[in-house]
Design a protein around this ligand. Structure first.
Ligand code: PTJ
Length: 228
């Protein structure tokens, strides 16, 4: 993260956000818990079932696991879009280059491509690609702020998030919340997506239907309360 900050991918606020995440990571025992594993499986199935999935990448996400986003996009047929709270053209370009370094071919949401707007949002996060998040049916938003998750849900999109804080607004509003560190959750999601790719639609749908986000979140909270 410090390297990402020095390279212009991450903003200073991103370092603080990372610290917030780390505090929760200690509370869950710095490992992928059982509820997180179920959420990862449901998320992978949901992405595979989607017609127009998009992975939204901010500065923190680009610094932590660029390779995993590119691999997940390849396996699930998802688009990759740069979406920033603190948007500058320098950061857009640096994040796009980082993703391309790891094999991304068509990075959405950069420069004039971010010409559509998410209704009701005031921050720079409202700017999205008309060929990406704007028309997506499912959006993976790792490390997200609550406003945008809520706005995307209101637009009728399915939202998947990775957030170490099970009490955050994003965690409570998303359809699938993975309470885990992005650096563990993303490689696990890539592995799951590879494994599930051979399943048929009915089997994938059953995995999604059997997943209960509220119950899953309360299991993560229980783990934190028990101090495991
Ligand atoms: O790159 P930008 O300009 O889009 O800015 C991105 C930041 C991260 C600054 C912005 O999205 C932000 O301030 O986010 P929040 O509101 O702090 O939300 C981040 C959430 O992610 C918090 O609930 C943290 O606990 C959680 N989090 C932080 N690090 C990790 C994490 N969750 C999973 N893995 C992490 N490594």
């Amino acid at each position: 993260m410090v390297g990402g900050f020095k390279n212009g991918l991450v903003v200073a606020e991103g370092l603080i956000a990372h610290g917030r995440g780390e505090a929760f990571d200690y509370l869950i025992g710095e490992k992928t818990t059982r509820p997180a594993k179920s959420a990862i499986k449901a998320a992978a199935a949901m992405l595979l079932l989607s017609k127009r999935p998009v992975i939204s990448v901010n500065g923190n996400a680009a610094a932590l696991c660029p390779k995993d986003f590119v691999q997940l996009a390849e396996i699930t047929g998802a688009g990759i879009e740069v979406n920033l709270f603190y948007r500058t053209s320098e950061r857009e370009t640096a994040i796009k280059a980082e993703l391309e370094k790891h094999g991304a071919k068509n990075v959405l949401g950069v420069g004039p491509r971010a010409s559509a707007k998410i209704p009701e949002l005031q921050s720079q996060r409202r700017r999205v690609d008309p060929d990406g998040i704007f028309i997506a049916d499912t959006v993976l938003v790792p490390l997200e702020d609550g406003d945008r998750t809520e706005a995307l849900v209101k637009m009728g999109k399915r939202v998947i998030t990775v957030d170490l804080n099970p009490m955050s607004r994003t965690a409570r509003k998303a359809h699938v919340t993975i309470v885990d560190n992005l650096v563990r959750a993303m490689p696990a999601m890539v592995k799951q997506a590879r494994k599930l790719k051979g399943k048929n639609k009915k089997q994938l749908q059953k995995i999604v239907d059997d997943f209960d986000s509220k119950k899953n979140l309360s299991k993560s909270l229980k783990i934190i309360r028990r101090g495991m």
